[in-house]
Design a protein around this ligand. Structure first.
Ligand SMILES: Nc1nc2c(ncn2[C@@H]2O[C@H](COP(=O)(O)OP(=O)(O)OP(=O)(O)O)[C@@H](O)[C@H]2O)c(=O)[nH]1
Ligand SMILES: [Zn+2]
Length: 342
């Protein structure tokens, strides 16, 4: 288990090979394990945690970043960010902001109730596709049988698109976990990888995190105390190790509502939607937007599904709701930006 952030004297950790000078050789390796505004917590390869500040306003570090940092007194300065494998953005009404990097997997947690938004789910999946990150959809509250059956049915098109959807009962009301719905099966999928977990409020995210990382709540408190004297506890994105050997990790980003997709070209959107993608090859025009053009393979597939009353759960079918999500997003991504990107 990783230690709480604490200020340790930088000199004791200095690399003896580089202790002589003040040049780039004195920089140390680190991993960003928490971030809040201009402060962040860096973890050293031997597990020490140090509060750091990025050098300069332009160096925006996010949780999951591998960095090179300069120790100074009790804190440190981040000098460089190692090139990222991937980077995710979140957005609210006001702005878009990067918040996590170098992920292996995104766990999208939804539940039988409250009813999940297909729009939010699709945004998450598109963000993953665009960054080549594997998504894992988990449907919680399998014990609430009729509601669960309905939600499972709503996810049928996503299974048909090839996404993995796992049933779970993290905390069944009667304590009885239906067969094949154990929380431990989901936790097993987190081992040895870095996973961002997200889900709408009430889906069971805290239940899952607290089981996977028993000290999670205490750690979050320690980190937010260290970073901002206990304020803004709910907005600090945090990295939790799952095992003592530090091979697997969970990243929680409380208050997460929507992925930021503004960096995606609208013309690329269909390529990130596995139900639309195969039909693009059937379009008459190479630069078809799939919104109004004659001879559009995507619109033909949507129309056919309606005519044939095909089940959206069949491979190759585009449901009306997914097409609506596509066209809404296309317009959103084509509109001039009205908020800053950070
Ligand atoms: N019936 C049922 N309830 C569950 C299950 N898992 C969690 N819950 C309940 O769902 C509610 C929400 O769970 P939390 O873990 O707090 O959900 P959360 O996603 O962290 O929600 P916020 O704290 O609002 O962000 C709690 O009352 C849990 O007891 C489950 O498998 N079945
Ligand atoms: Zn088209």
């Amino acid at each position: 288990m990783s230690r709480p952030p604490r200020a340790s004297r930088a000199s004791s950790r200095r690399n003896p090979r580089s202790a002589a000078g003040d040049g780039p050789d004195t920089l140390e390796d680190g991993l960003i394990v928490a971030s809040h505004g201009r402060h962040c917590v860096v973890e050293t390869p031997d597990g020490q945690r140090v509060i750091c500040h990025p050098r300069g306003k332009k160096l925006g570090v996010v949780v999951g970043d591998r960095v090179r940092w300069q120790p100074s007194q009790d804190e440190g300065t981040i000098e460089q960010i190692t090139p990222r494998r991937n980077l995710l953005y979140r957005q609210d009404e006001v702005r878009t902001k990067s918040f996590a990097a170098n992920l292996d997997q995104v766990l999208i947690l939804v539940a039988a109730e409250p009813e999940f938004s297909e729009h939010q789910l699709s945004r998450a999946l598109i963000a993953c596709e665009a960054e080549h990150i594997e998504p894992l959809i988990v449907l919680n509250k399998a014990d609430l049988a009729p509601l669960f059956a309905r939600a499972w049915q709503r996810l049928a098109p996503y299974r048909a698109m090839g996404y993995t959807v796992l049933p779970m009962a993290a905390k069944p009301v009667d304590g009885v976990v239906p067969a094949g719905c154990s929380l431990d099966d989901v936790i097993a999928r987190l081992q040895g990888r870095t996973t961002l977990i997200l889900g709408p409020s009430g889906a069971g995210k805290s239940t899952l995190i607290n089981r996977a990382v028993p000290r999670a709540a205490a750690l979050t408190n320690e980190i937010s105390q260290a970073l901002n004297s206990g304020k803004h506890t709910t907005t600090t994105t945090t990295w939790y190790w799952l095992d003592a050997a530090r091979t697997g990790a969970l990243i929680d980003s409380p208050g997460f509502q929507e992925f930021g997709l503004r960096h995606i070209e609208p013309m690329q959107l269909a390529a990130y939607m596995p139900d639309l993608k195969p039909h693009v090859a059937e379009c008459r025009f190479y630069n078809c937007t799939h919104l109004h053009e004659p001879g559009c393979g995507v619109r033909a597939a949507v129309a056919e599904a309606v005519l044939q009353a095909e089940s959206p759960a069949s491979a190759g079918v585009i449901s009306a709701s997914r097409y609506k999500i596509y066209s809404d997003l296309f317009h959103e991504l084509s509109a001039p930006p009205n908020y800053g990107v950070g």
